[in-house]
Structure formats: C-alpha cells, structure tokens
Design a protein around this ligand. Sequence first.
Ligand SMILES: Nc1ncnc2c1ncn2[C@@H]1O[C@H](COP(=O)(O)OP(=O)(O)OP(=O)(O)O)[C@@H](O)[C@H]1O
Length: 274
Amino acid sequence: MGVTLRVAEPDPLLSLDGVTLRYGSGASAVTAVQDITVDLAVGDRLVLLGPSGCGKSSLLRAVGGFQPVDGGRIHLRGKPVGKPGPDRMAVFQEFDQLLPWRTVLGNVRYALQRGRGLDRATAGKRARDWIGRVGLTRVLDAYPHTLSGGMKQRVAIARAFALEPDLLLMDEPFAALDALTRRQMQDELLALCEQTGASVLFVTHGIDEAIRVGTHVLSLSPHPGRMKALIPVPLAARQRGTTAFAQLEASLQADLLGEADQDTAPPSGERRHG
Ligand SMILES: Nc1ncnc2c1ncn2[C@@H]1O[C@H](COP(=O)(O)OP(=O)(O)OP(=O)(O)O)[C@@H](O)[C@H]1O
C-alpha cells in the first residue's frame, strides 16, 4: 500500500499520470509543472514539497478541479476529476475562506447542507461535533471577523473534515500562522487524520512540516516543477527531535538545495529512504 510513482495497485484513490500544467499559450506560455506521475492510496498523506514557484499550488488546484490539465490525466477513484465538489474539500492559506456573514456553526452547517444535502438539524449536529473536535465549541456563535487566524483555520479544517471528502486538499494552511500555533495545528491535524484515516494532499515549502504531516513526500524541482523523489516518511521520523526526523530533514534539505540533482537515476523514493 502507499504512494507509488506508477500505478502499482489496482485501485489508487488518486492517480496523476504524466500531468503537465501551463499558463497562457504560445511563446508566452509558462509551464508550471511537468510530467507528474504519482498515485495516492486511501489514508495516505502526500506532501508536495518544493521551492516557491515550482507549481505545488497549481497541481493541488488541478486535483481540486479548479484548473484544467494541459497534458496527462488525473483520476479520483478511477474517474477523471471534474469541477470542484464535496469529494475534494480544500483548506487554503488565506484566513478569508469562511463566509463572513455566517457564524462558526453556520459556516460548517451550511457546507454540510449544500455539500452533503443534509437537513438543517442533522447538519447542525454534525457541525457541532466537528467544531468541538477542533476545540471551538465556545465560539459556535461567533462571526469569523472576531476569530484569530488560527481559529479561522480550525473552522476551515472542521468544515473540510465534516464533509467527509474522499480527499482533503491543503495548500499551506498554516503558513500565515505564528510558529507556535503552526506546530500546534500540525499536531492537531495529524491527530484528526489518524482518528479518521483521512487521505490528504498537502502543499508546503517547509521541510519540518512535510515530515510532520506526511506519510509520503514528493519533492519537486524548481520551476517548472518536475518530480525529484518520492520519499516515504518512516514512522520513527514523524516525531520531532528524533534522529530519524533529523536525518530525513537533512536529506530533504540537501534535495531541495539541489545536491540530489547529480543523481541521474529516474525518480524513486524507495532508492533513498526505503
Ligand atoms: N494565474 C497564473 N497565471 C500565470 N502564471 C501563473 C499563474 N499562477 C501561477 N503561475 C506561475 O506558475 C508557476 C507555479 O506557480 P504556483 O503558485 O503553482 O507555485 P508554488 O510552488 O505553489 O509557489 P509558492 O510556494 O510560492 O506558493 C509560477 O511560475 C507562477 O508564476
């Protein structure tokens, strides 16, 4: 099980096959990512890691159905991904992703009514449960503008989990938070993922965050993003402060800085961190 570079299991949850994304056309076209091939199994948390501008967000948006592909294919549960839908819930970096005219409860409940067709009472019950799970019961009736950045992100996370999507898409959801809150939220996210078995595609340029959050890290080259390596995160490395964590961090750091470019073998995570 787990992420593979090629389709190796009969039913991957998410399958990217030679995906290329471009902006514009003709001489002014910009290639954002090129020839990305990777599978994700149910329960995997695949982190897209790479320098600014390597196309991580573009790839995530394409999986979300917000952006068309210019080459290759993206399948979710064997079907080509279509327009955005509740099967792929996204959490973005920005703090303004909640509806400002609805309360915390209203935001999550409304998403459940719209996205899952639940009646108001059932949606309200599930919304309260999820808001409780991110520790925000005391602000159920508050409006987003009265919340801190971390609280807003927690609501967005509660909303995303509440819809029980096939895949959670997270684009640097903690990047705008202070370092302490960021760490706390990484740990909270990890706990929620472990409780629910959620499958996640997560974008970051933070090595520490990639190791903490991911079951696998796909490292991408600088613009245009191409696959450099797919690295499974060993269980022992998931704990900060361990030797395994430090070793993987150093290895990814070297990778990002380009030292691994001298390796001419085709990209394969197992060759590096089996
Ligand atoms: N709407 C757009 N129009 C034209 N070019 C774009 C657009 N969005 C992104 N790009 C270009 O595509 C490339 C990839 O951008 P993208 O935002 O996906 O990278 P990223 O790795 O997520 O960067 P960051 O970590 O800084 O958010 C960049 O060269 C960027 O300038």
